[in-house]
Write a protein that binds this ligand. Structure first.
Ligand code: FUL
Length: 504
């Protein structure tokens, strides 16, 4: 069956998803409807043909993105404020947004996202629509604008800028009324009009009002339309249609992470409820929610959508800066583990780096991030397969798979792909990296890495399920000259961009 016939042009299951049709950049579509008459094989083929929008692809390629949690909580030493804080407590006398952004840029981060307004409602920019902002703080005699300083620094250093604007607002009198949606749109419009290009907008699902608290119906679709109009390149994350919250704040994605999931996962109230889970906790081992996009799951779907995972975690136990946590900053090795379980599990890492009361990133955080960068460089600076002789499905020809260029790829057609690598000298390795060209869909379901021992026997070193944009696996260290990677299960002909072996 031809791909074109498989893609419904009349998808309109939810108001939310109708927004996808506003995307004019896409090649193929990032959603598909499932018809009751589709066979199981047709559904798998449909899933394999769902692709990211251009903005989703650009977002995914970043790999490393950062959160900057900063605001009145930095001064009250709390994680959640109450909206009653006096703006007079906000006084970051040494604030240097260039230090924040340069630290991130030097460490390889591609985006900085500022908490422009957290749940306490305090605005880091002089919003016209509230008095609860920097304009009534002593900082720069009320003439300062943190959003401007951070966005200017991002544009100067060439990384993208993201906006966190909390839907829950404990300060606004309007919260709980229909007028709050107008207020919110006004604030969003300020942020998306006055600070240059914005590449991500983050809507948090958290709300601690409780059963007797205020109830606010958020007019999400209206908000999304404002974003699409003012900043068409921005992805809308978490309570939004483009990027999915991975489901924990531990830095761990899923071993099997499908970016194509049933549309049912876009249920906004369910996402909101889940985001109230513990902030930093070890993986529970509970498999609930572990399977989002398996063959079984998608068979029951009404529609499928490209909805990739973002993994948010803080470099410290809390999201905001607390001096008592200076000794609890994650080490470079811990950050590397997180890199493996986020970026290495087909996700984008959103690492929080909270500035302190002076308005600077603390030494402990800066040092740890720079050690992490060094470790990344040492580990991934050079593909140990570089210069190896490569055979694809038994034939020696293309080196596209080890050319360090994501844009060149090899497609498995009738036969599943297998690659054999022979290095000039023995290499010592314990890490594999694999990448699919996701612009053609996510297709690999299982793969295996082997090496040839001294007796000419192939031994399994690692196996995995999904690859997606990137899959990293650490395995027992070996020294050998011959390696083999086989794609053992796939949804449709796979497109492999890169394979690398490394040593950590
Ligand atoms: C949560 C919030 O409640 C936290 O304070 C933090 O902003 C985190 C990223 O999201 O839902």
């Amino acid at each position: 069956m031809k791909k074109k016939n498989l893609i419904s042009k009349t998808f309109s299951v939810l108001a939310l998803t109708s927004l996808f049709s506003m995307n004019t950049m896409a090649q193929d579509k990032n959603y598909v409807s499932i018809s009751p008459t589709d066979t199981p094989e047709q559904i798998i083929e449909k899933a394999a043909n769902v692709v990211p929008t251009q903005r989703q692809f650009e977002w995914q390629k970043q790999e490393l993105t950062a959160f900057l949690h900063f605001g009145v909580n930095t001064y009250t030493n709390r994680e959640w404020g109450d909206g009653k804080e006096s703006p007079s407590i906000f006084n970051p006398v040494k604030l240097d947004a260039e230090q924040w952004v340069k630290t991130l840029k030097d460490a390889g981060f591609k985006c900085a996202m500022l908490t422009c307004k957290h749940h306490d409602g305090f605005c880091l920019w002089p919003s016209k629509y509230t008095e609860h902002s920097v304009k009534h703080s002593p900082w720069k005699q009320g003439g300062g604008d943190v959003v401007k300083e951070v966005s200017d620094a991002c544009h100067k250093y060439g990384i993208s800028f993201g906006v966190y604007l909390s839907p829950w607002d404990m300060n606004s009198r309007l919260y709980g009324t229909e007028a709050y949606n107008d207020f919110f749109v006004n604030q969003l419009t300020e942020l998306l009009s006055n600070y240059g290009e914005v590449n991500e907008v983050w809507f948090d699902g958290a709300c601690g009002e409780g059963p007797n608290g205020k109830k606010q119906e958020y007019d999400f679709v209206r908000w999304y339309k404002v974003i699409r109009k003012l900043q068409p390149k921005a992805v809308i994350a978490v309570m939004g249609p483009d990027v999915r919250w991975v489901g924990t704040e531990t830095g761990r994605g899923r071993e099997t992470e499908w970016s194509v999931v049933p549309n049912d996962n876009l249920d906004q109230s369910a996402i909101a409820a889940n985001s109230q889970q513990e902030m930093i906790s070890a993986p529970t081992g509970d498999m609930t929610g572990q399977d989002l996009g398996s063959r079984d799951k998608i068979q029951k779907a009404k529609a499928l959508v490209w909805y990739p995972a973002e993994i948010d975690v803080s470099i410290r136990p809390g999201w905001f800066y607390h001096e008592t946590e200076d000794s609890k900053v994650k080490t470079a090795n811990e950050l590397m583990d997180i890199y493996f379980t986020s970026v290495g599990m087909n996700g984008v890492l959103l690492l929080n780096m909270p500035p302190n009361r002076d308005g600077l990133l603390a030494d402990a955080d800066v040092n740890s991030l720079s050690d992490f960068k060094q470790l990344c460089q040492q580990t991934f600076g050079k593909n140990l397969l570089e210069g190896a002789f490569v055979k694809t499905n038994g034939k020696g020809k293309s080196k596209k798979i080890i050319d360090d260029n994501y844009d060149t790829y090899i497609t498995g057609s009738n036969e599943k792909l297998f690659f054999e690598f022979k290095t000039k000298k023995p290499i010592t390795t314990n890490v594999i990296s694999l990448q699919e060209d996701i612009r053609k869909g996510q297709r690999v379901e299982e793969f295996v890495l082997e090496c040839k021992d001294a007796n000419g026997q192939w031994n399994v070193l690692a196996n995995g399920t999904t690859i997606g944009y990137k899959r990293l696996i650490k395995f027992r260290q070996v020294t050998a000259k011959e390696f083999r990677v086989q794609i053992t299960k796939r949804r449709l002909s796979e497109n492999i961009s890169e394979i690398g072996l490394y040593h950590l």
